[in-house]
Design a protein around this ligand. Structure first.
Ligand code: NAG
Ligand code: NAG
Ligand code: NAG
Ligand code: NAG
Length: 382
């Protein structure tokens, strides 16, 4: 159990570092005024129904995804989706404890140009916002989330800032008119505040996020994957000594740009990414690879990674340089986070003084192993 010993040592060190480095005033501010966010996106509410969720582990559960019409920009809900949405909120609100429910609009595979068109005009922004609020109230959601992947240029970013502003104003007006608690408003965003890797530089609207959003879910994952089969890579490394593609760089970039720490929620993947090694004798992070490994486009849920490891007697490594986990068996290599590396990242996030964490996606854990350990490890904002 050498790895586990290392884990406990490192984890205690992180907590000591936290209490030495984060000013007491900042700690108590986080701890007393804002409850921690322990979020999760539910990407498959039919195969993984809300009725089976252990809600003691989560504060906010997101239904993923809804899409606006590309003509009217309204959320047009089919009768089968309507049933799914009702089931989702009813079932979760009846749980003990009941988590807050939000729906997320967009998603990784969705048409980013639709959002660009919608956000570009006051009339289409209004149609979108009005419809989103109507759907939220009709189906008893507590809030709304935008997952536009991604605004493509500086103009899109400017329009995103306007959208947030108008959305918040509409939420406030509706809450006042109906005497109900205002709906929550969040967004899923890139791991870094700016697209420093892309040819078209652009940066998220920091001031608008501070003023109008409850928080943003920072997608701290997908740093490496099957889109590049030449090398293995840690898909969600906390640190990377050779590049800025890491969670520590990403979260710090948001803070450096001026986003309030309490508006930042760190993403954790409940899935791994696989490669086939060029030579099974070279199996470090960054070793030569030739193809994606098992899984859909080289993606395995954490539950499937554990099954793969067990079935194949894989060697499991907790890499403390990157703070990530990988395993290999024969020529197959898997990069992922388990309960140990996820917990170390949570120590880092608390030391930064941010609001909480979220998972993509709810149904991919293995008997709540990572979700439970993360929930225990987050000791602030109770
Ligand atoms: C809207 O989507 C439909 C179906 O995908 C497509 O045929 C149509 O061209 C789109 N309209 C616009 C304005 O993009
Ligand atoms: C909604 O819930 C009912 C009762 O639990 C179930 O029979 C039905 O299949 C669910 N429908 C959807 C779309 O989730
Ligand atoms: C894969 O990554 C390597 C190293 O960063 C780079 O040289 C190569 O061009 C990339 N290949 C693709 C297909 O992106
Ligand atoms: C990382 O970003 C910083 C600026 O934020 C830059 O000075 C540094 O050169 C970058 N490092 C790499 C390896 O790109």
């Amino acid at each position: 159990m050498a790895a586990l010993d290392t884990y406990f040592q490192l984890f205690s060190v992180l907590h000591i570092v936290f209490f030495l480095t984060v000013p007491a005033a900042a700690r108590s501010l986080v701890a007393t005024s804002l409850p921690a966010v322990r979020g999760a996106y539910s990407s498959d509410p039919t195969t993984f129904p809300p009725s089976v969720v252990d809600t003691s582990l989560f504060t906010h559960i997101y239904y993923a995804f809804l899409m606006p019409s590309n003509v009217t920009y309204k959320l047009e809900i089919s009768s089968s989706t309507a049933l799914e949405l009702s089931n989702f909120t009813t079932s979760l609100h009846h749980k003990n404890p009941p988590p807050a429910t939000l729906f997320s609009i967009g998603g990784g595979g969705s048409d980013s140009s639709l959002f660009s068109r919608m956000a570009s005009k006051p009339t289409s922004r209004k149609a979108f916002i009005t419809s989103a609020i109507e759907v939220a109230r009709k189906f008893n959601f507590d809030g709304m989330d935008l997952d536009w992947e991604f605004p493509n240029n500086p103009k899109d970013m400017k329009n995103l800032g306007r959208l947030f502003k108008e959305w918040r104003r509409a939420i406030d007006v509706e809450a006042k008119a109906t005497s109900r608690a205002p709906l929550l408003l969040t967004a899923a965003v890139y791991f870094s505040v700016d697209f420093f890797l892309d040819s078209v530089y652009r940066k998220f609207p920091v001031r608008s996020i501070n003023q109008y959003m409850d928080w943003v879910n920072v997608m701290c994952y997908d740093y490496h994957g099957g889109w590049n089969t030449s090398f293995t890579g840690a898909p969600a490394a906390l640190y990377d000594s050779k590049s800025n593609v890491s969670t520590s760089y990403g979260l710090r970039s948001w803070i450096k740009a001026g986003v309030d720490r309490t508006k930042l929620v760190m993403g954790l993947p409940l899935y791994g990414r696989t490669w086939e090694l060029k030579d099974p004798n070279f199996h470090d992070i960054g070793s030569a690879a030739v193809a994606v490994g098992p899984g859909d486009k080289g993606v395995l849920t954490f539950a499937e990674v554990e099954e793969f490891n067990k079935k194949n007697g894989a060697v499991i490594i907790h890499d403390m340089d990157t703070v990530s986990t990988y395993s290999y068996a024969g020529s197959t290599w898997v990069g992922y986070d388990d309960d140990i590396t996820a917990t170390l990242k949570i120590g880092f996030a608390q030391a930064l003084g941010i609001r909480g964490y979220f998972f993509w996606a709810l149904g991919s854990d293995s008997n709540w192993k990572i979700s439970r350990q993360a929930s225990r490890a987050w000791i602030l904002g109770e």
